[in-house]
Design a protein around this ligand. Sequence first.
Ligand code: NI
Length: 158
Amino acid sequence: MAILNIVKDDDPILRKRSRDVDCVDQRILTLLEDMKDTMHKAGGVGLAAVQVGKLKKVIVIDTGEDQLELINPRMLKKSGKQEDVEGCLSCPGVWGITRRPTKVEVETLTRDGKTVRIKAEDFLAKAICHEMDHLEGKLFYDEWVRKLTDEEMEEIRK
Ligand code: NI
């Protein structure tokens, strides 16, 4: 287990596109475990490998209800629209309203190297979209609806 350093949004690496994982080997499995430890310690619900300085298409998500590992994920379908509060471990203290699909279907590799399809809705769909944007070098505030006001942030901190 290792806690990795989470890069902040002034780091240009966050604007780079991640590359496909060629082979799910021990290094990728270790990366997945380290990313989970790092995400949990930081109190986040998702983390992309680029946020720990690795330009690989690897994502971990833990919403409390659902735990996901995504390797080379590909968006197959999205539908619906939701506007909700979002933040990012690379952008501490910044919160905003984003517009995301309510339903997504994603194809991904598993840690066993199998290709599977995952359907997700609502909060999990939002988290998947947020993390997949990281793989393209995008950040959640690039196209957000608006930043939260100080009063709204106070409410969240409670
Ligand atoms: Ni993020």
